[in-house]
Design a protein around this ligand. Structure first.
Ligand code: SF4
Ligand code: MG
Length: 343
C-alpha cells in the first residue's frame, strides 16, 4: 500500500470579527493510492474546509495555521504504478497562487462539488472548459484535447458527446452538468479526486447513476477518492475507510465495516442510530439520510470545554468529559477513537 496523501495535525482557522472558528483543528489521516476515504459528519464539522485546505482554496478569512499535507507525487499516475520516482511535497508550504499548486490542482488532484457551477463557467461551452483543462496540464494540441474531451464525455455517459461538447452549462440538465464537471475533473487522470457531496443535489435515480459511474471510473483510472458526505448510505456504498469528524476534529476512523458494525465513539453510534434503513432503499427509493441527532451542533465560536461532544453525549462522565480533552486512542490496528471510555 503506497501512501498518496498524509494529512498531519492540520489546522485551518477562520479569523472573524466574532471570534476564531477552528474549522479544522488538528486533523490526521492518510489516503493510500487507489483508496476511497469517506469524510463524514454533520454540516459545519469542517469536512469541506478540510477538502479545500488540500487544494489550497480556503477562502479568506480562513487560513491554514499549522500542520502538513504531504502529497506523494508520481505515485498514482497510471494504474500500474511503475514509476519508481516519488516526490513528497508539503502542500501547506506552497504559495496558494503559485504555479506549483496550479499544476497539481486539476492535474494530479481535482475536485467535484455539490453544485457544478462552482467549477463550470456559465459563459464558456463545456467543451472549451474541458479542453482548456487538458491543454493546461498535458502537452497536446487543441485538436487532440478535443478528441480527449469527447472521449471523456463518452466515458461519463453524456448523451450525444459530439453535440453536447459545444453546449453551455445552462443548456444542460443538473445531472448532465454533474457529468460534465466529472469529465473535466477526470480529464487529466488525477491520482486523487476530492468529491464534496457530489450527488446531494440530484434526484435519487441520477444520484445512483453518478455514484456507479464514479466507482467505475475509479477502477479504470486507479485513482484515490476523498468522498465527503453526510449520507451514510453513500458511505456504505462507496468507501473503504471512514473518517468521522466533529467540530473540526477526527473523533473516529476505521475501515468501513468496522464503522458500521463496531462503532466505538458515541457520536458515530448516534449517527448510525439516526438512519433507520442503512444502505437500503425505502419505498420512495430514498437512502438513509443523516437526520438530526440529539442536540444540535454547538456554536462554532464557543466550543465546549473538554470533549466537544459532551453536551450531546449519552455516555458523558460528569467531571471528566466536560473537563479534559479525550485522548485519540488506537483501539485496534487502523481503528482510532477520541473518547475517554476506551482509555
Ligand atoms: Fe462522550 Fe466523554 Fe467519550 Fe466525549 S469523551 S464522546 S463526552 S464519553
Ligand atoms: Mg460542506
Amino acid at each position: 500500500n503506497q501512501k498518496l496523501l498524509e494529512v498531519r495535525n492540520l489546522k485551518t482557522h477562520f479569523f472573524l470579527e466574532q471570534g476564531i472558528v477552528r474549522a479544522v483543528d488538528g486533523v490526521d489521516f492518510t489516503v493510500f493510492r487507489g483508496q476511497t476515504v469517506g469524510l463524514v459528519g454533520e454540516s459545519g464539522c469542517g469536512k469541506s474546509v478540510m477538502a479545500r485546505s488540500i487544494l489550497r482554496i480556503v477562502p479568506p478569512p480562513g487560513r491554514i495555521v499549522d500542520g502538513e499535507i504531504l502529497f506523494h507525487q508520481g505515485v498514482g499516475k497510471g494504474s500500474t504504478g511503475q514509476s519508481g520516482q516519488e516526490d513528497v511535497i508539503d502542500l501547506v508550504k506552497l504559495d496558494p497562487m503559485g504555479s506549483k499548486i496550479r499544476s497539481i490542482r486539476g492535474g494530479e488532484i481535482s475536485m467535484v462539488f455539490q453544485e457544478p457551477m462552482t467549477s463550470l463557467s456559465p459563459v464558456h461551452t463545456i467543451g472549451s472548459q474541458i479542453i482548456e483543462a487538458i491543454v493546461l496540464h498535458q502537452p497536446v494540441t487543441k485538436e487532440e484535447a478535443r478528441e480527449q474531451a469527447i472521449h471523456m464525455l463518452e466515458r461519463v455517459n453524456m448523451p450525444h458527446p459530439n453535440r453536447t461538447i459545444d453546449r453551455y452549462p445552462h443548456q444542460l440538465s443538473g445531472g448532465m452538468r454533474q457529468r460534465a464537471m466529472i469529465a473535466m475533473a477526470l480529464s487529466c487522470r488525477p491520482s486523487l479526486l476530492i468529491a464534496d457531496e457530489p450527488t446531494t443535489a440530484l434526484d435519487v435515480t441520477t444520484q445512483a447513476q453518478i455514484l456507479t459511474l464514479m466507482r467505475d471510473l475509479q477502477e479504470e483510472f486507479g485513482m484515490a477518492i476523498i468522498f465527503i458526505t453526510h449520507d451514510l448510505g453513500v458511505i456504505a456504498q462507496m468507501v473503504d475507510y471512514v473518517v468521522v469528524m466533529y467540530l473540526g476534529q477526527v473523533v473516529e476512523m476505521a475501515d468501513v465495516n468496522t464503522i458500521f458494525y463496531d462503532p466505538k465513539h458515541p457520536y458515530t453510534q448516534a449517527l448510525l442510530r439516526s438512519i433507520p434503513r442503512l444502505g437500503r432503499k425505502s419505498a420512495q427509493g430514498q437512502t438513509g439520510r443523516l437526520t438530526a441527532i440529539r442536540g444540535s451542533v454547538p456554536d462554532p465560536y464557543a466550543r465546549p470545554q473538554g470533549c466537544p461532544f459532551h453536551p450531546r453525549c449519552r455516555k458523558a462522565i460528569r467531571g471528566v468529559c466536560d473537563q479534559q480533552d479525550p485522548p485519540f486512542l488506537e483501539v485496534e490496528e487502523g481503528h482510532k477513537v477520541r473518547c475517554v471510555l476506551y482509555q
